[in-house]
Ligand binder design. Structure first.
Ligand code: NAD
Length: 459
């Protein structure tokens, strides 16, 4: 399988092939053929579109900017996935992320398929007016394949409410008289966005940790105490202890996860390190996360990078190298920046025994194998960072009904949905020798396969 997630999907298919209770109607050669079909469907996107957006700059120059929209699979509903503005975007990355969206929505039973988009720019190098034009052009070039019942983009790295508002405005102009509120999610609340959407991914990331390490173990304590499973032992080593956190990335996802850890009443937690594209900040007594959130909101999203800036804002911290956050001796590491941050060359330096993937694909498969074999409990992206798409679904629903939910209602629905998924996967995970990622993929491949079978797509 070509995509980054191909190996885990293949392992899941191999395991399901041996499980006679799964798709019992198929046996022998017919079964092998059905599984070949599944492999082919899951390993290839339905559609890859690439365009070069023609964008006039304020200085009079005309640029042609590469942009992508990948639609991986829509068996479960309209394609759904963010649009990333980043200079490292390429076709492989967008395909990988679209594949992950298909699997993530299947795992959490969100009635969407998987899609993803990207524009190859560093948004910091463009004026607001130019970003407005780029956002509008993105919708213009891909307008035939987007729409509330076709493909629904959302924010990702480098995009936010502002871009989604612009994009929906453009969609409405291009398709007069057609439904438009559900064409984009992650919009501002004043423009039909859901309360709680911006915080949803970070909240969900922290909740997966909290639910596993507090509620789930509390409810199954006797069983955990006798359990010899490698990952159950790692969880128990950290149960009812004060836990230190390092958090890579202090944007939308990382800063909210940091606030959740900082304010947590269930577990004694201390956020000792956070990082962003410039620095790591460290303080052994714990960082003042409220002050850092205030600082980033006033400084274009960046953490303080000098002692002067720290002292002017009353923040106690040492300034360290950007990558240091990955190697500090913390109990928990939340990865909330970009892909491939822990890889073959640095995996041996990682000390945290609990890692939560807020970002998509922050650990390479080689590093994942190495850490898992050493009993490091990794809560994978597919499980941990689904809060965004779950609340995007609620936003899409609210846009259809033109009835809006309170923030409390949104948060309750978000946590309920994530709890339901965890209750499905945790009992088997803590019994099996497989890492949680594989366990989650098994569930999601099984759900997708059942739908594809019922749609008659396996013959
Ligand atoms: P963001 O742009 O708001 O924040 C990204 C953060 O990472 C910033 O603090 C930035 O300074 C930092 N960063 C950038 N390059 C870095 C580097 N090389 N080293 C360390 N830090 C670096 O993005 P976000 O929305 O918080 O998304 C973060 C990750 O979470 C991405 O992988 C994204 O795909 C994933 N994700 C986001 C959502 C969502 O709802 N926003 C949902 C699911 C997954």
């Amino acid at each position: 399988m070509a995509s980054k997630y191909g190996a885990v999907v293949q392992e899941s298919l191999d395991a399901l092939l041996q499980d006679d209770s799964f798709m019992p109607n198929f046996s022998g050669e017919e079964r092998e053929l059905a599984f070949d079909s599944l492999e082919a469907i899951l390993s290839t996107p339905n559609q890859i579109q690439k365009s070069f957006l023609r964008v006039p700059m304020e200085n009079g120059k005309i640029l042609r900017i590469p942009a992508f929209r990948v639609q991986h699979n829509n068996a479960l509903g309209p394609y759904k996935g963010g649009v990333r503005f980043h200079e490292s975007v390429d076709e492989d990355e967008v395909v990988n992320l679209a594949t992950l969206m298909t699997l993530k929505n299947a795992l959490h039973e969100v009635p969407f398929g998987g899609g993803k988009g990207g524009v190859v720019i560093n948004p910091r190098e463009y004026s607001e007016k130019e970003l407005h034009t780029i956002s509008k052009k993105y919708v213009h070039y891909f307008s035939d394949i987007l729409g509330p019942d076709k493909d629904i983009p959302a924010p990702d790295v480098g995009t936010g409410e502002r871009e989604m508002d612009w994009m929906m405005g453009e969609f409405k102009s291009i398709h007069p008289g057609q439904p438009y509120r559900g064409s984009f999610t992650g919009k501002s609340h004043l423009n039909g966005g859901s309360l709680g959407r911006r915080e949803a991914t970070g909240k969900g990331v922290y909740y997966t940790f909290r639910y596993m390490m507090h509620d789930f173990i509390n409810d199954n304590k006797d069983w955990f105490e006798k359990n010899e499973n490698l990952f159950a032992k790692t969880a128990m080593e950290h149960y009812k202890r004060d836990l230190t956190f390092g958090i890579q990335g202090f944007g939308n996802v990382g800063s909210v996860a940091a606030l959740e850890a900082y304010n947590c009443n269930y577990i004694k937690t201390k956020v000792v390190a956070v990082s962003d594209r410039n620095v790591t900040l460290y303080h052994s007594d714990g960082l003042d996360i409220n002050a850092l959130v205030k600082y980033t909101s006033e400084n274009d999203g960046d953490l303080p990078t000098s002692d002067e800036a720290l002292s002017q804002n009353g923040i106690e911290a040492d300034i360290r190298d950007r990558e240091d956050v990955l190697y500090l001796d913390t109990d928990v590491l939340i990865l909330a920046a970009l892909e491939d941050q822990i890889h073959e060359d640095n995996m041996e330096k990682v000390k945290a025994r609990l890692i939560i993937e807020g970002a998509n694909g922050p650990i390479t498969m080689k590093a994942d194998d190495y850490l898992s074999q050493n009993g490091v409990l990794i809560v994978p992206d597919i499980l941990a960072n689904a809060g965004g798409v779950i609340v995007s679904y609620l936003e899409w629903l609210q846009g259809r009904e033109t009835q809006f939910y309170s923030e409390e209602e949104v948060n309750t629905m978000l946590l309920k949905k994530m709890k339901e998924t965890m209750d499905q996967v945790f009992p088997q995970f803590f019994n099996d020798p497989f890492p949680l990622r594989q366990n989650c993929y098994m569930h999601s491949v099984m759900k997708l396969s059942n739908t594809l079978y019922r749609h008659g797509k396996l013959y």
